[in-house]
Design a protein around this ligand. Structure first.
Ligand SMILES: [Zn+2]
Length: 359
């Protein structure tokens, strides 16, 4: 934070132009593609009352070839943003500086913007992280597992006595009674019964081929409703080389992997790692961090945005070995090389996210 505060306006501009065009002298016109030192436009004051130094507008250029005007954020993930470059950079630095993520309200108080602005800004950063997943497929040893997120039940106001039968119905091991309401049959409040429909599975595939004790090299994630064979197979086909060894827990759906990959499982009922070293502890470690963020930082995930939160956790994991500065530069370069946000463009005009991203 102090690092951003100490930068001058020119240094911030150079930081952005280097991230986008790899040059502080020349710019690439997003309209016609001409790459040269274009005419720099004088930054005008937005209102006559405001001093020129506190102008919000980011620097602009006029193209020498097509005479269109553009800025360093034109046509990128931050297209048409009203925020000054300093706040954009500060948002990235603060978000990546927090161990498990940063809530919208915290970020909004640091930046001096509304929580909704912080919400949109952070979700755009998560979009960039989701687009910056692992390149190529995982080979050697791979671990896979599913964790349940969102739809966390409330603690009921009144102590409820839950019978064994009600619990069996709750876990799907006993059919429902006919005349009963489902939440009573399961010994739950109606509110919690409805909340359970928000529960989703985060499937994670971890590349665990490195030396012992160094954690997973890279992880990739996907969201599904339950641990289904089709979702598991699809994820494995996307991220795992044929012939790799996939280690999972004893859940039945993973047995389908044996057709194309070597499959080994560990029974979590008795052990976390068996005598042959089969375990999925790298996946459990990933879930642990995501769970801490769910309970401690965000206070709950919504199914609509869950895949973005999952990819944020995955990106943090995949880039945990590089310095914060390298992380900031990488994420900023990614944001400036993407097109305008697909999900959050026109959010205030009612065009926000409508559909959740399921595998
Ligand atoms: Zn041009």
């Amino acid at each position: 934070m102090a690092f951003v505060a100490s930068l001058t306006e020119t240094e911030i501009k150079d930081f952005f132009t280097t991230a986008r065009w790899n040059s502080t002298e020349k710019q690439g016109c997003p309209h016609c593609g001409a790459f040269e030192a274009h005419y720099e436009r004088r930054v005008r004051r937005r209102t006559s009352r405001r001093p020129a130094s506190s102008s919000n507008r980011s620097p602009q250029w006029m193209c020498k070839a097509c005479f269109e005007v553009f800025s360093v954020t034109s046509g990128t993930l931050f297209h048409q943003t009203q925020l000054p470059l300093r706040k954009l950079l500060l948002a990235i630095v603060l978000t990546l500086g927090a161990a498990n993520g940063m809530s919208n309200v915290t970020l909004s108080s640091h930046l001096g913007v509304t929580p909704k602005t912080a919400f949109l800004l952070q979700h755009r950063l998560r979009e960039a992280m989701a687009d910056d997943g692992p390149v190529g497929k995982f080979s050697g040893i791979v671990q896979m597992d599913g964790g349940y997120f969102a739809g966390k039940p409330y603690k009921p106001n009144r102590k409820m006595r839950v019978s064994k039968e009600q619990l069996q119905r709750r876990w799907g091991k006993k059919p429902m009674g006919e005349s009963e309401t489902p939440w009573r049959a399961m010994g739950m409040t109606r509110k919690n019964y409805l909340k359970r429909t928000n529960k989703r599975t985060v499937l994670v595939v971890a590349h665990s081929d490195g030396p012992v004790g160094t954690g997973a090299k890279q992880v990739a994630v996907a969201i599904s409703q339950g641990e289904h064979e089709s979702a598991i197979r699809h994820l494995a086909e996307t991220f795992v080389e044929p012939g790799a060894l996939i280690m999972t827990d004893e859940a039945g759906a993973y047995t389908c992997l044996a057709a194309h990959w070597e499959h080994a499982s560990v029974s979590h009922a008795t052990e976390f790692s068996n005598a042959d070293g089969v375990n999925d502890n790298h996946c459990e470690a990933f879930f642990s961090r995501m769970r801490r963020a769910e309970y401690g930082i965000f206070h709950g995930y919504r199914p609509l945005y869950l895949h973005l939160y999952a990819w944020e956790a995955a990106w943090r994991h995949n880039h945990r070995r590089v310095t914060k500065r390298a992380q900031v530069e990488r994420l900023l370069a990614k944001c400036l090389s993407m097109g305008p946000s697909v999900r959050f463009r026109g959010y205030h005009a009612g065009k926000g996210v409508r559909k959740e991203t399921l595998i």
